[in-house]
Design a protein around this ligand. Structure first.
Ligand code: FE2
Length: 318
């Protein structure tokens, strides 16, 4: 019988897993084992530390519900989601607006609203603003009838599903007009803390990180023949624009609130303009996917088939 040692165990595992019929699964798992073993050797992982890690992962899984996805939050706070987003951007056939995190609060059952509608159920005096922009291809050609799903937190810094899993607020699905323009009324977003009452929050605190995200509004845009865009706009004046705890704020996604933008189609309110450029769709888009998902969809048994996601044009139900 061969002797398994810290120096030979990795090859033994790889040998046994070499029978994996699916070539991509074989490749991914072999690399994962190599890096996992290398990590354990690198830090000389002790049994106590190993069990602490097992306890942590168990807690991350146990706190997940249809409205709370701690696994995505862990991925986000470790920068893995942003990394996968960036790798995904690199596969586009054209450089459009960069992606940003879908995050754990997107939901597929978002109401379809008329252009100009207010998405916030409660609007505090002075907080109302307009969000508008043009959806186009990378050369600037407007895309009519594109679907733009928008979601953000309320004035308390919480998403609707964090307060009540059944409520729908601060989110809506809009359609661009013949000039590619979408427009809606909302409230000025505020920066907020990620949920700090679970194992990921405990990890962030143990690392002396602040846990804050800069003020942002999420969007998911789809148009036939174009790559789906998952992104977010970030308010430039937010103090955490440069140290977002989930590494979502990046590059050209920063915007300003203008008090009196003459180009804004809705007058009399401060406004945010956020144009989005979509790459043409390619074969890779059939097999790639979205970083993140509606948390309730992840817990559904059927979500294991395919990537568990619906196209941007689908979330039309209240
Ligand atoms: Fe968010």
């Amino acid at each position: 019988m061969r002797e398994l040692t810290p120096d030979t165990i990795t090859d033994a595992v790889l040998d046994q897993m070499a029978t994996t019929p699916d070539p991509r699964m074989r490749e991914v798992m072999a690399s994962a084992v190599k890096h996992l073993h290398a990590f354990a050797r690198d830090v000389n992982l002790t049994p106590a530390e190993w069990i602490k890690g097992i306890e942590f992962m168990t807690a991350v899984g146990k706190i997940c519900t249809p409205a709370r996805q701690e696994c995505i939050l862990l991925s986000d706070t470790l920068g893995l989601s942003a990394l996968v987003n960036g790798l995904h951007d690199n596969t586009a056939v054209e450089e459009g607006t960069h992606t940003s995190l879908l995050g754990p609060f997107y939901r597929e059952t978002t109401p379809k609203l008329a252009a100009g509608s207010q998405i916030a159920g409660t609007v505090k005096p002075g907080s109302e603003c307009v969000l508008y922009g043009r959806v186009s291809d990378v050369k600037g050609k407007p895309l009519a009838n594109a679907t733009v799903s928008i979601w953000q937190t309320g004035a308390d810094g919480l998403y609707d599903i964090q307060e009540n899993a059944a409520s729908v607020d601060y989110r809506g699905v809009f359609t661009t007009d013949a000039d590619g323009i979408y427009m809606l009324r909302t409230v000025k977003p505020i920066g907020y803390s990620i949920p700090m009452d679970g194992p990921v929050g405990a990890m962030v605190r143990a690392q002396a990180r602040h846990g804050m995200r800069p003020a942002h509004i999420h969007s998911l845009v789809g148009a036939p023949g174009y790559r789906e865009l998952v992104t977010a706009l970030y308010l430039r004046d937010d103090p955490h624009l440069e140290d977002d705890v989930v590494f979502g704020s990046s590059g050209d996604l920063a915007v300003d609130i203008k008090p009196n933008d003459p180009a804004c189609p809705i007058k009399g309110l401060p406004s945010i303009r956020f144009d989005m450029r979509l790459s043409r769709e390619s074969a890779v888009d059939k097999i790639s996917g979205r970083v993140g998902a509606d948390p309730s969809a992840i817990l559904k048994p059927a979500a294991g088939a395919g990537n568990g996601h619906s196209p941007a044009s689908a979330p039309v139900a209240s």
